[in-house]
Every structure is written in C-alpha cells, then in structure tokens.
Design a protein around this ligand. Sequence first.
Ligand SMILES: Nc1ncnc2c1ncn2[C@@H]1O[C@H](COP(=O)(O)OP(=O)(O)OP(=O)(O)O)[C@@H](O)[C@H]1O
Length: 240
Amino acid sequence: MTIDARNIGFRYGEQPVLKEVSFTLTAGRFHALLGPNGAGKSTLFGLLTRLLALQQGDLLLAGRSLKQHPAEAMRQLGVVFQQNALDLDLTVRQNLHYHAALHGLSRRTARARSQRELERFGLLERADDAVRQLNGGHRRRVEIARALLHQPSILLLDEATAGLDIASRNALNSHVRDLCAQDGLTVLWATHLIEEVRNDDRVLILHRGQLLADGDGHRLCAEQGSGDLATTFHTLTGAG
Ligand SMILES: Nc1ncnc2c1ncn2[C@@H]1O[C@H](COP(=O)(O)OP(=O)(O)OP(=O)(O)O)[C@@H](O)[C@H]1O
C-alpha cells in the first residue's frame, strides 16, 4: 500500500510550485519528505488530501487514482495537518468518536477503536479531559490516534512536531516509527528539520518545487561524498 506520484505539476496563478514531481513510496516504510520552507511540501500534501485540485499528473493511493476513484483512494489515507484540527472544548474521547462518525464507523466500532488507540498512545488517563487541558505533545498524539481510526494504510504528517519542545518532538517521531513497524503503515513525514530524519530512512528532498533526491539516507550521503545528512541536504539545497 503506497503512494505513486506521477509527474505532478502545480501552479498558484503563474507561479510554478511543483515541477514534474514523481516518486513511488515503499509500502510499510518511514519516508522523510525534507525541504526548506517554501519548497512545496504543504502544496503536495494539499494535492494528496484533495484540498487542492490536481492540475498536472496523477496521484495513486494504494493503486487507486485520485482523479478516477477519489473516494476509494482517500479511504487509504490518514492525515495529520500542520495546524491543530481538534475541537479544544470536546474531550479527547469525544474528538475521536466524532471523527470516527465522520468516517461512517458504527458507534460500537468507534468505541472499540478509540479505546485501542488511547491505550497505544498512552492517553487513557486523559481520555475524559478536554483537549484544551492537554499539552502540545499530547494534542499531537490525539491527532495521530484520530488519523488512524479508519485504519488507513498510508499516514501523512505535515510538520507534525511544529511548536513542540525537543523531548516531545523526539518522542512523537519515535512513536510514529514504532507504528510504522507494528502496523506496516506507509508513512510520509514532511519536515524542514534535518534532526528528525535518520540515515536509514528513505529521504525525499524537495527544493523549489523539484525533487532533488530520493533514496536511502546513507546512499544519498555516499553520492554527495558527505558523512551526514545535514551536509548532504545543505549541498543539495544550499539551505541550513
Ligand atoms: N495559497 C497560495 N497562493 C500563492 N502562493 C502560495 C500559496 N500557498 C503557498 N504558496 C507558495 O508556494 C510555495 C510553496 O509553499 P508550500 O507551503 O507548499 O511550501 P512548504 O515546503 O510546505 O513550506 P512551509 O513549511 O513553509 O509551509 C511558496 O513559495 C509559497 O509562498
């Protein structure tokens, strides 16, 4: 279950923001989509989630074309957006149930799956607290739990650690990697922070709308003749 991007192009007005972007993710693996601010990551996520309409090329989610079978394709996808999308006045559990209902899950299924995710994310004790009472790291965990309720095969996260302190960032990053290993989820983790990426990740580097590199981190480093990803990223993009 993977994402297949075929020759994606996108413009805001006259400004090209994505240029002939093509890649096929590896099923069940953690992928880092790395790019400086303005590289086009959020635009790509907008296309994947249908917030933006495709202008050129096609996106296949688990083999289903977003153009031809949008509903089936979208069912494969769990998404955590850059902006917090929880209702702060509802409890953690209510947020999960509400989202499950949006996906057409029965109450019984919603209760069972919410309970499972609350346990997995270490949130059971906070289940009946309003989200407003949670810190940023816990809120992010609720968002990821919510994104998994309809059991997608692909999970997208756009700058999921924005606004978190270093310890919470590392914890969240590790947690998503664990999910990937446990559930065989295909993960696309967009970030501009090189420290969230590991050498054995598959790394896609986006810069000014172009995919400059796509491969295992250690291979990209070897190709650039550098010892670490930060230097490789800097060499390729001129960014820090
Ligand atoms: N609605 C819009 N209208 C016009 N230009 C836009 C719009 N949204 C984004 N852009 C421009 O498109 C380019 C890509 O932006 P995008 O948000 O996709 O990049 P990004 O890699 O996600 O960066 P960031 O992490 O800062 O969000 C930028 O030059 C940005 O200014």
